[in-house]
Design a protein around this ligand. Sequence first.
Ligand code: NAD
Length: 355
Amino acid sequence: MPVEQNLNIVPFVSVENMMDIVLATGTETFLQELAAYVEEDFRRWELFDKVARIASHSRDGVIELMPASDGRLYAFKYVNGHPKNTRNGRQTVTAFGVLSDVDSGYPLLLSEMTILTALRTAATSAVAARYLAPKGAKTMALIGNGAQSEFQALAFKALLGIENLRLYDIDPSATARCRSNLSHLGLNIIGCRSAEEAVEGAQIITTATADKRNATILTDNMIGPGVHINAVGGDSPGKTELHRDILLRSSIFVEYPPQTRIEGEIQQLPGDSPITEFWKVVTGQATGRQDERQITLFDSVGFATEDFSALRYVYDKLRNGNGFERLDLVADPDEPRDLFGMLLRRKALTAHLNS
Ligand code: NAD
């Protein structure tokens, strides 16, 4: 067991802890290490107990629970998606999650997952692109320059060797911030005035916009042969980014079809339209990119195994006992069945201390 612990005291990785872990590791190294966990779990895909996430939709957003288990460990993430939030100084996506020991059912870790989700989404995108993007791609267009954007940029730099980044956002201040945050991190960055301009000369196109509607960030005429599209922002019913015609020309790769059929870009297609499950590409049961003119599309919605991988990775990193706090989360009566007695003893102790 990586973390030496009293099972009743649960390690808690706060936002501050997470930032310290990421910075101590180095963001790009963190993304590379995390990507290895994500890829390993795609390879172990058939072992997992999987289910489409449980989504509670409301007028302006969604709250989701995302569970997965490999039979030894169990994880779930609580995550929201509220595109209107940024107008009130809040984030579109926030999250936290739990990793548990299947054998006892006891939680092993409680962690912030807002930062971790951005990292795992970027790591997953880059793992997919390693199998699907044209070899030697050096230029990526990044459309939607919000919270996820810098993580996406760094993952593609660290895992694929992307050197040139072409940014576009309907809000120029988002592009300016993204550009400034990434300056001095070894990327040539060009700010663009339109999505059309951003995709010029790009071998990889990442879309990470947030709008609760069927948007058309990319139209068919913008997509030349051989391009890889990493579509991150369309991840809810009625929330897509690509024109349907692009889907009809693309080889489409997905995480978990029962979830992606409802939430991904392919919600625009009939339920039996051809798709390839990405894990089959990782295990060699299906082919990724076959020729240089093929348009590949990773229709990313974010799946629970990726959060499982992220929590598993962070848990392994806590081996040295640093980087977390301890939470009194699990009741621990002296005699396991005497839960009420524990309450009585607490009452007696409080009365004694107050007397
Ligand atoms: P964010 O709100 O921080 O940023 C979104 C950006 O998109 C904003 O800067 C906004 O101005 C821009 N935008 C909106 N409409 C646009 C348009 N038409 N053209 C260009 N830019 C536009 O959101 P975020 O946290 O960066 O997340 C981005 C998207 O990714 C969200 O839709 C979110 O739900 C999704 N997401 C997906 C996954 C996944 O695993 N697939 C994981 C996390 C987030």
